[in-house]
Design a protein around this ligand. Structure first.
Ligand SMILES: NC(=O)c1ccc[n+]([C@@H]2O[C@H](COP(=O)([O-])OP(=O)(O)OC[C@H]3O[C@@H](n4cnc5c(N)ncnc54)[C@H](O)[C@@H]3O)[C@@H](O)[C@H]2O)c1
Length: 103
């Protein structure tokens, strides 16, 4: 796929894996927007690219109405809650995040 000038939304893009994907997309010429609430992700993972405005960073919670509606041609959804360490109530919240954060 030719990523040059493609607009890509990476949810959870401040995570370790998300920031690696962001780097790979930027290297390929994509215009990347990251939405992350920094609940477990770290801004320093993409700090240099955000500072240089290579990456647009939105510090937002995807469970807030309207946040997930921000348009992108391709969305890579990596926003997540670690399923192995949460109880039943949190598993429901994790599923909500996966659904509302992606569609
Ligand atoms: N680490 C692994 O071994 C592994 C394996 C397979 C899949 N994954 C998936 O890769 C992705 C990244 O995982 P990771 O281990 O790098 O870190 P992670 O699971 O901590 O990443 C989740 C990211 O989502 C953000 N986030 C959580 N809730 C949010 C919300 N409501 N709104 C906005 N952002 C929110 C967090 O701040 C974090 O940056 C996840 O989707 C995970 O399920 C990870």
């Amino acid at each position: 796929m030719n990523w040059k000038s493609k607009q890509v939304l990476v949810t959870g893009g401040a995570s370790f894996i998300g920031s690696t994907l962001v780097d790979a997309l930027v290297d390929r010429g994509a215009k990347v927007r990251v939405v992350d609430n920094l609940s477990s992700g770290k801004l320093e993972n993409s700090q240099a690219k955000i500072a240089s405005k290579t990456v647009e960073f939105l510090h937002r919670d995807l469970l807030e109405p309207g946040v997930a509606d921000e348009a992108a041609r391709v969305a890579a959804g990596l926003a997540a809650r670690a399923a192995l360490s949460v109880g039943a109530a949190d598993r429901t919240a994790a599923r909500l995040l996966a659904l509302l954060g992606s569609f």
